[in-house]
Write a new protein. Structure first.
Length: 396
């Protein structure tokens, strides 16, 4: 018994030593793992990001007009089955469809199911080509023209032996909603990441300089911050939508939208960084670093930034869904990304009609992904905030 007691006691001592010698990153990781809600949200967010990144591989058809199914317009979702009244099948299958006019819908085209026509699923099929590195930018001037393609493949996860399969149905032009939803997740994610990155860099530089030096530099930078905060966003994007050249590619428009989101999203974070730097620069450890001859850049990088890491995480995780929601809202009202770019906002444009709610409920599937995506980001942000702030540790 004494042996096991000493062994357990030694183990507890080792845990305490590991805790006090652990780095800040290791402590944040340990605290984050203890938050079950944040861990579940993190796994969901990771799955959504991977689905968006590998959207071309997971999608059997192109999400653009080039990949539309003209014979399956406004078609309902096709769910693979293993059995029906005709018997059991080891291979999943869907039914073939027919497109015809119906007197019940005032002779509009409707899609009917042919239960005698089985179409079996196949995996790792060959289809349309896609590239994971595809840069095609056509901006004014020859210097900005970029056309680079690399890592090109044509293999897709699944397909059917004849015809098409649409897990989430199709829209009024016959485009596959499943393929568009996966690509829209990645498009909105890229837009949010680029906007947050630009906003974070500007806020860190401007807020850090303003709080560290003070004086006329602080007054000037705060005037600039207040000027940016007073810029109305909706009129700005309305003017932008009117003046953007029509010949610009969808990728160029995406880059401009994401960049502007970043340039108008930094003032709030910059103000909070400035406030924290002003309150921390008079602390004893900062004065000690200055007496030792440390430069202002070294003090900001090695002492001030680690002291308010939790604040930065909070603002970044709040700003990211804000950027995604702003892009979605702008695309929803037609001022942001539009076809052929697939974003969550452009897909949600289709749900604003009463006819969709009555007859085409599968148009709301991208909305569910948008809600799940935003909630996952928020819960992960809360978990990182609690993990990065030592004052948020719960007493056991």
């Amino acid at each position: 018994m004494g042996f096991f007691f000493n062994k357990n006691k030694k183990s507890d001592q080792q845990l305490k030593e590991a805790y006090f010698t652990a780095s800040q990153v290791e402590l944040i990781r340990s605290r984050f793992k203890s938050n079950k809600t944040a861990m579940v949200a993190g796994w969901i967010l990771t799955i959504l990001i991977l689905m968006g990144f590998f959207s071309e591989f997971l999608s059997p058809y192109q999400p653009t007009m080039a990949g539309r199914d003209k014979k399956y317009e406004n078609g309902p979702p096709q769910i693979p089955k293993f059995w029906d009244e005709n018997g059991f099948s080891f291979r999943p299958f869907i039914y073939g469809t027919k497109r015809e006019r119906s007197i019940k819908t005032n002779f509009r085209w409707v899609v009917t199911v042919d239960r005698e026509d089985r179409r079996y699923l196949r995996f790792f099929v060959d289809g349309w080509e896609y590239s994971y590195i595809d840069l095609e930018w056509d901006l004014p001037g020859e210097f900005f023209d970029v056309d680079v393609q690399a890592l090109t493949f044509s293999t897709h996860l699944f397909g059917v032996d004849k015809g098409g399969i649409h897990l989430f149905g199709t829209d009024k032009s016959g485009k596959d909603i499943y393929s568009r939803t996966l690509l829209a997740i990645f498009t909105s994610l890229k837009c949010g990441v680029l906007g947050v990155f630009i906003a974070f860099v500007l806020a860190l530089i401007i807020g850090g300089i303003s709080g560290c030096y003070g004086g006329w530099i602080d007054s000037f930078l705060q005037m600039v911050t207040d000027a940016i905060r007073t810029v109305p966003q909706v009129p700005l994007f309305m003017a932008l939508a009117a003046f953007l050249p029509q010949e610009w590619s969808a990728e160029a428009v995406f880059f401009v939208i994401a960049t502007i989101l970043g340039f108008i999203g930094w003032p709030t974070l910059a103000r909070r960084i400035r406030t924290h730097v002003l309150s921390e620069r008079s602390q004893d450890y900062i004065l000690a670093a200055q007496l030792c001859g440390a430069s202002s850049g070294h003090i900001i990088r090695r002492h001030l930034l680690p002291s308010f890491t939790s604040y930065i995480i909070i603002d970044l995780m709040i700003t990211f869904p804000y950027m995604v929601r702003l892009e979605t809202a702008l695309s929803f009202i037609g001022l942001g990304l539009i076809d052929p770019v697939s974003s969550l906002g452009s897909l949600m444009q289709n749900v604003s009609k009463a006819d969709v709610l009555l007859n085409y409920q599968w148009y709301f599937i991208p909305v569910l992904f948008f809600i799940t995506f935003i909630l996952a980001v928020v819960f992960v942000g809360d978990g990182l905030r609690d993990a990065a702030d030592p004052n948020m540790i719960k007493k056991k």
